[in-house]
Design a protein around this ligand. Structure first.
Ligand code: IMP
Ligand code: MG
Length: 183
């Protein structure tokens, strides 16, 4: 099987950083005078969470959970389970679920239900990327940095087989490209 190749840069490091700063300013204004709890799912959203947190001007706490997604018996996506739960209670807190990408929406919807059951004071969603063409279940997205086309992307936390998370930009990965050289 050939290795996928980076086809093109979708958003440069500067574009990503500037847009995150804009969204952080919006969030800081909205939550002015309050304390925020940012929650992200390991591992993809960690890069975005830390970048966002550094730009926020309100007091911020962070917490993480881990999930595993798997196909159901007919091979359709949408089954998610908690592999590592939050460390602390979120009861009465102002929570933002920080996502790397909302794609079909199954993961986000599951997480929203999981978090809402813990009775936070408020619960919002902030995603780095929003790929609406593939949405199957609707989720209320409060803050989004970028909308993207229906292509597989990597970088800024997003992976292909656990690689490329550390790219400082967001790129389209061509999963069908023939190998340019044999190994
Ligand atoms: P959803 O449940 O279909 O919305 O899937 C969301 C999860 O799928 C994300 O948190 C990512 O881990 C993964 N994912 C979806 N699209 C991409 C992509 O283009 N690149 C890397 N990971 C992706
Ligand atoms: Mg992933």
């Amino acid at each position: 099987m050939s290795e996928p190749v980076i086809e093109r840069v979708l958003f440069t490091t500067q574009q990503v950083e500037e847009r995150i700063a804009e969204v952080a300013a919006e969030i800081s204004a909205k939550y002015s005078g309050r304390e925020l709890k940012l929650i992200a799912v390991l591992k993809g959203s960690v890069f975005f969470l830390t970048a966002l947190a550094r730009e926020l001007t309100v007091p911020v706490k962070i917490d993480f959970l881990a999930i595993s997604s798997f196909a159901n018996q007919r091979g359709a996506p949408g089954m998610v389970r908690i592999a590592k739960d939050l460390d602390d209670s979120i009861e009465g807190e102002d929570v933002i679920l920080v996502e790397d990408i909302v794609d079909t929406g199954f993961t986000t919807r599951y997480l929203l239900q999981h978090l809402a059951a813990r009775e936070p004071n408020s619960l919002a969603i902030c995603t780095l990327l929003d790929r609406t063409p593939r949405r199957i279940v609707q989720v209320p997205i409060d803050y989004r940095c970028f909308e993207i086309p229906d292509r597989f992307v990597v970088g800024f936390g997003l992976d292909y087989r656990q690689l490329y998370r550390n790219l400082k930009y967001i790129a389209v990965l061509n999963l069908e490209a023939p190998a340019s050289s044999s190994r």
